[in-house]
Design a protein around this ligand. Structure first.
Ligand code: SF4
Ligand code: SF4
Length: 399
């Protein structure tokens, strides 16, 4: 006879999980409606019913190492249909939040991001840094003459070195986080295909291409949900392309500016402020409009959500708030510069730098980190056979 297995529930973990968005998990009575209803869950070892059970039992290690937590796109279908109002979709979201918080050091940043009482510390780091630079450059005064933000924050000596260091820091944190995450996916749920010859194992590159085509570029999974997800789909997709446009603009300006020191013909492309008809400026403004449009959709959706089906927590609002701050201060920096109002333009630009720092420097611990972590999990799920390729013809692509 098999030895009985003694389960050691981690009650502190259950409490923590309830605090970050899984407060209704105790209501679950294991009817499995959620696993049947989920349009994305594999037929074998489906989620999220098993996660609800593990959460009630306090099986911390199983939950934090569970790849299925990352396959959920938080469409809310399961929460809508749960007869007990246990909000299984929210539980999976809460688990992802817990992973963001603790995956990479310094984990204190993740802790600060999960409670409003720590917000002043997160703001104070960039606020004091840029105030110090402002004080060094003009003694905290507003410069005379045409508005040029480089007068307060010289690009070569302040903006570029600071954001260059932030970029390297964030890349190093993500690299560590990705390795740790993949290592944690060791005990994968099995996906069998009875009576079907197992397809050959796809390459990692084929899996990555599949994820980009099927999930990232089109957000196609959002439309596979059983309920109307159009507001969420439109919001996410426009926000994604807004960020993509702004990332291209930033890269072009940086490469042209620094590359221009060696190849002078590049310099004009990196010279700011740019004329409104400059193609790089046009792309920047298109990116800003997409960002604001996506924010309106996603904020409206959160505000109109039925709290009995899905609850927004501080982690959700923190990210939306920071992106709003980046978008609004960026737009007003440009408008106030064009209107020639230096007494407002310079302070707003200072706030813009603070918001941009908060968005990027804390990225590996924020919900936006899903861009990297969820992509990793989706690629690994295909590579390991937990999910099939959506475009199997790509599997012939070799590494
Ligand atoms: S979360 Fe709801 S739908 Fe899912 S098993 Fe529990 S009670 Fe049933
Ligand atoms: S939120 Fe949507 S994708 Fe996630 S488990 Fe529920 S039904 Fe599935």
């Amino acid at each position: 006879m098999a030895e009985p297995v003694r389960i050691q529930p981690d009650l502190k973990f259950v409490k923590e999980l309830q605090d970050v968005g899984g407060e209704s998990l105790k209501k679950c009575y294991q009817c499995a409606t959620c696993s049947v209803a989920c349009p994305l869950s594999p037929a074998e070892n489906p989620y999220p019913r098993k996660e609800m059970l593990w959460a009630q039992w306090g099986l911390k290690d199983r939950l934090l190492n569970d790849i299925d937590v990352w396959l959920c796109h938080n469409c809310g279908t399961c929460s809508d249909l749960c007869p007990r109002g246990a909000k299984p979709g929210d539980l999976l979201g809460a688990l992802r939040n817990m992973v963001y918080r603790k995956l990479v050091a310094p984990t204190v940043i993740g802790e600060w991001m999960s409670s409003s009482k720590h917000l002043p510390k997160l703001i104070a780091i960039p606020a004091l840094l840029y105030l110090f630079i402002w004080w060094l450059s003009t003694g905290l005064t507003i410069p005379e003459g045409p508005i040029e933000y480089g007068k307060l924050f010289p690009g070569d000596f302040t903006i570029d070195p600071i954001f260059g260091a932030v970029f390297l820091f964030v890349c190093a944190c993500f690299a560590g986080g990705v390795l740790k995450l993949v290592k944690s996916f060791q005990d994968l749920p099995q996906t069998f295909a009875v009576g079907v010859k197992a397809p050959p194992k796809p390459t990692l590159v084929a899996c990555l291409i599949d994820v980009v085509k099927d999930e990232i570029a089109t957000h196609a999974k959002f439309n596979q949900c059983g309920k109307d997800n159009s507001e969420r789909f439109t919001g996410h997709l426009t926000l994604f392309y807004g960020f993509a446009a702004l990332a291209i603009v930033t890269s072009v300006v940086a490469v042209a500016h620094w590359g221009g020191k060696i190849l002078p013909f590049l310099t004009p492309m990196g010279h700011t402020p740019m004329h409104l008809t400059n193609p790089v400026k046009i792309l920047a403004n298109v990116g800003a409009v997409l960002l604001l449009t996506g924010l309106i959709y996603l904020t409206r959706r959160r505000m109109n959500a039925d709290p009995a089906k899905s609850a927004s927590n501080y982690y959700d609002w923190y990210l939306l708030g920071v992106i709003w701050a980046v978008a609004l201060t960026g737009a007003f920096s440009e408008l106030l510069r064009l209107a020639g109002i230096p007494t407002l333009a310079y302070p707003v630009y200072y706030l813009h730098l603070v918001a941009v720092f908060m968005l990027f420097a804390y990225l590996p611990w924020s919900k936006l980190g899903h861009l990297v972590y969820r992509t990793t999990a989706l690629v690994y799920a295909r590579y390991s056979g937990r999910l099939p390729l959506a475009h199997p013809e790509e599997k012939t692509f070799s590494v």
